[in-house]
Design a protein around this ligand. Structure first.
Ligand code: ZN
Length: 450
């Protein structure tokens, strides 16, 4: 089993200076390697060479000149293997590393596995791009390049101290003891607004990952449909609800404080150290809000997984939900109100709820106990009657769901969750007719999360 534990470091001034210098050099190297891939791609698609690889189809017209996935101008392109003699970009750039180190002797001060991991970082960025998960890798600014990584077997731990090769022994806040039997794997050091942090990947090979339950082991009564929302963060198919912390006073207060700090910072003279200080305060508050939210999400995730056999979520298109309203041009050559200013508030609420992050955490917690997490198409889940399957917009009246055909009624969010559950059961291959008849009237009860 693999786990990730994160600790706050207590580096000395000298150690901080070293880590900051490393980050600058590693960023230069990352951007240099990206430039190399871009340049070689541009050269390969020069018209005299004819075809080049096609982004959309992923087809390679000419393997010798095709680029980005394979191309690079630094490094030696061939290896001994008979089957696949051409090095990929990562391997070739890696073969260039000793030459680069000679050209830039200052790179010697960086630990070798850290330097190597930067190549891997770029390769991962490209792999994600080719899978369609992210955009094309961009050169990184200082504010976007904040971490470096050690390969497994380099870092040592001793009590409240951690040994980072090239930097030395650093004390850390041992907020959470590493469980017995776990060995240290890779370690990532990260610069954040509130200090330096180390994320440790730890692994215990003797504990196999929990097997995921199959549909014969799942009790349909213990399958839980989860409707994500804003007024209530989660509404469950069993009638329980979980509050949204973004609707609470403490969060509102922090939002107000953030706004004030942003305003103060933006009024400081550009390039001044006061502006810098002000913005670091903004960043620090941002980080606190994120930390609080993430702690709450972990609590919610544990609550949801506890006692469930399977969890069903909607597969939401959050980006689409946050899209802007279409402009409404009028005859006078101007624009009519299109409701964007109201939509802005909703968009912010969607961002603050951070549903995607919550679902990711639920998946992590569920995987530990082998509970499947199913995602279903959310279409009509709020308009469908679970009893007679009648679909109509007029079924839903704000907080209430009343079927215009059969008169079945329920809380609107809970009804959505019931529909989500039914769809999830179908996807899991369980017959929902085994269930007792759908619940009648229900009064939502709130689960309290610490
Ligand atoms: Zn009905």
């Amino acid at each position: 089993m693999q786990l990730g534990y994160s600790y706050k470091l207590k580096p000395s001034q000298r150690q901080q200076a070293v880590m900051n210098r490393w980050l600058d050099m590693l960023r230069a190297q990352y951007n240099y390697l990206l430039r190399d891939r871009n340049d070689s791609y541009d050269q390969a698609k020069a018209p005299r060479l004819g075809n080049y690889c096609d982004f959309k189809s992923g087809g390679e017209a000419c393997p010798l000149t095709c680029s980005v996935s394979k191309n690079h101008s630094v490094g030696y392109p061939w290896k001994k293997s008979q089957k696949n003699p051409r090095r990929n970009a990562y391997e070739a750039q890696s073969s260039n590393l000793p030459i680069l180190k000679k050209e830039r002797p200052w790179y010697k001060s960086i630990h070798s596995t850290v330097l190597q991991q930067t190549l891997r970082q770029l390769d991962v960025a490209f792999a994600k791009f080719f899978k369609g998960e992210t955009g094309y890798p961009k050169p990184k600014r200082r504010s976007r390049f904040r971490s470096f990584k050690y390969a497994p077997g380099q870092v040592k731990l001793n009590g409240n101290k951690i040994y980072l090769p090239g930097i030395g022994w650093i004390g850390f806040h041992n907020s959470r003891p590493i469980p017995d039997g776990f060995a240290l794997k890779s370690v990532t050091v990260r610069r954040k607004a509130r200090g330096w942090f180390a994320s440790l990947q730890i692994e215990d090979k003797s504990v196999p990952p929990a097997p995921v339950k199959n549909n014969t082991e799942i009790d349909p009564l213990k399958v839980c449909g989860c409707d994500l929302g804003i007024n209530k963060l989660v509404s469950l198919s069993n009638g329980k609800t979980i509050a949204n912390p973004a609707k609470q006073k403490a969060f509102r207060r922090r939002e107000r404080r953030l706004k004030l700090r942003q305003k103060t910072a933006s009024r400081k003279r550009k390039g001044s150290s006061n502006r810098k200080k002000s913005y670091s305060k903004v960043a620090s508050l941002h980080e606190r809000i994120t930390n609080n939210r993430s702690a709450y999400h972990w609590d919610v995730a544990n609550q949801l997984v506890d006692g469930a056999d399977a969890l069903v979520f909607e597969d939401l298109n959050i980006k689409g939900m946050k899209s802007r309203c279409k402009p409404k041009p009028n005859e006078k050559g101007g624009y009519d109100r299109n409701g964007q200013s109201a939509k802005r508030g909703l968009n912010r609420s969607i961002s603050n709820a951070a549903w995607g992050e919550l679902v990711k955490k639920v998946e992590v917690v569920a995987a530990k106990s082998g509970i499947p997490v199913v995602k279903i198409n959310p279409k009509y889940t709020s308009q469908k009657c679970p009893k007679c399957h009648h679909i109509s917009k007029s079924n839903r009246k704000k907080e209430k769901f009343v079927c215009t055909e059969c008169g079945y009624h329920d809380d609107a969010d809970v009804n959505g969750a019931v529909n989500i559950k039914l769809r999830g059961l179908k996807k899991l291959g369980i017959d929902p007719t085994q269930l007792p008849p759908v619940r009648g009237k229900v009064t939502p009860t709130e689960i309290t999360v610490s």
